[in-house]
Design a protein around this ligand. Structure first.
Ligand code: DGY
Length: 326
């Protein structure tokens, strides 16, 4: 009998077909999100779960999984999975670090340039039939990245890749990380000072209880007038209602790829503001990177179902939890 594997997202046939050869693949009955109850029923006999960010994997859901050995997510972030509950249950959680570093760092730079050089706003302006006068000396003036002081919050691989790119632009770079980590070509500062002194703040820290609202109302208020907040990490890193206040009063600017609620509701007030560039969580969205993420996630899934060590494991301590805890 083939092991059972549950998939919580649509996958192209060339990925799904080989999975179906190896496993009895369970999936949701329609395109709509599954309720926790239905997922729980499906999970009761499944050994592997392949998922992505859009479906939270809660403790109650994990508790209903009697045979689950591995949760493999097609993402580096694991904040949609109750990691502690998985570890308690002896379930390995696989993720995809490394392969999306460059794509995500590129997108952070794209947002910085998009906001500072008003790219999206200019595109909307020209499509609105506003360009009637040829070249104008004061048209859509922006600010220069080469003249900016950029504060990088979080020095994991993506934060470090952003620092490297900023050096190429000639920006002055300030950095902060939860644990001290000197970076060549960048100045270490305390977190509040980073917000107070930077023309651009870019967030590259994982979402945890400690980092939720790291861009708090108080820190946003410390940012200089016309400063820019970039978020390609996770929505809840930012106090979104405080950011909305700062953007509505036109004091700050922002480039956001991630939001408190995704998809962004179509009546969200951000959508009416010109001083924020909005993207639909596409930091890792290049064909090559998505391919690499899926390959890594499948490797994790296969290893976990086979009872082998999951190569990219977000909760390695699971291997120290005794089998009797399951
Ligand atoms: C991740 O992998 O965590 C990104 O947010 C989606 O690619």
């Amino acid at each position: 009998m083939k092991p059972k594997c549950l998939i919580t997202l649509e996958l192209p046939d060339d990925i799904r077909a080989p999975l179906e050869q190896r496993y009895e693949v369970l999936t949701w009955p329609g395109p709509e999100r599954l309720s926790e109850q239905v997922l729980g029923e499906l999970l009761s006999a499944t050994e592997g779960l392949l998922c992505a960010l859009s479906k939270p994997i809660s403790a109650s859901l994990l508790n209903s999984a009697k045979a689950l050995k591995v949760v493999s997510t097609i993402s580096v972030g694991v904040d949609h999975i109750d990691l502690a509950a998985a570890t308690r249950k002896g379930i390995a959680v696989g993720h995809t670090p490394g392969v999306l570093v460059d794509s995500t760092a590129d997108l952070a730079l794209a947002l910085m340039l998009g906001v500072t050089r008003r790219v999206a706003e200019a595109d909307r302006w020209i499509r609105g039939a506003n360009w009637t006068q040829g070249w104008q000396s004061d048209l859509l003036l922006g600010t220069d990245l080469s003249q900016a002081k950029v504060g990088v919050v979080g020095l994991g691989p993506i934060g470090q890749a952003v620092v490297k790119r900023l050096a190429g632009f000639g920006a002055r770079v300030l950095v902060w990380n939860r644990t001290y980590r000197p970076v060549e070509g960048a100045e270490w500062v305390e977190l509040d000072a980073l917000f107070a002194e930077s023309d651009i703040v870019t967030l590259h820290t994982a979402l945890t209880e400690d980092t939720q609202h790291i861009a708090s109302r108080a820190r946003l208020a410390m940012m200089p007038d016309r400063a820019v907040l970039i978020n390609t990490g996770r929505g809840p890193l930012v106090d979104e209602s405080a950011l909305l206040d700062e953007l509505s009063s036109a004091r700050l600017r922002a480039g956001l790829d991630v939001f408190q609620v995704e998809p962004l509701p179509i009546d969200h007030p951000f959508l009416s503001l010109d001083n924020v560039v909005l993207l639909p969580h596409v930091g890792s969205a290049t064909a090559a990177t998505r391919h690499a993420m899926v390959a890594r996630a499948l490797g994790n899934l296969h290893a976990g179902i086979a009872g082998e060590r999951v190569p990219f494991c977000a909760n390695p301590e699971v291997y120290r939890v005794s089998a009797s805890a399951r």
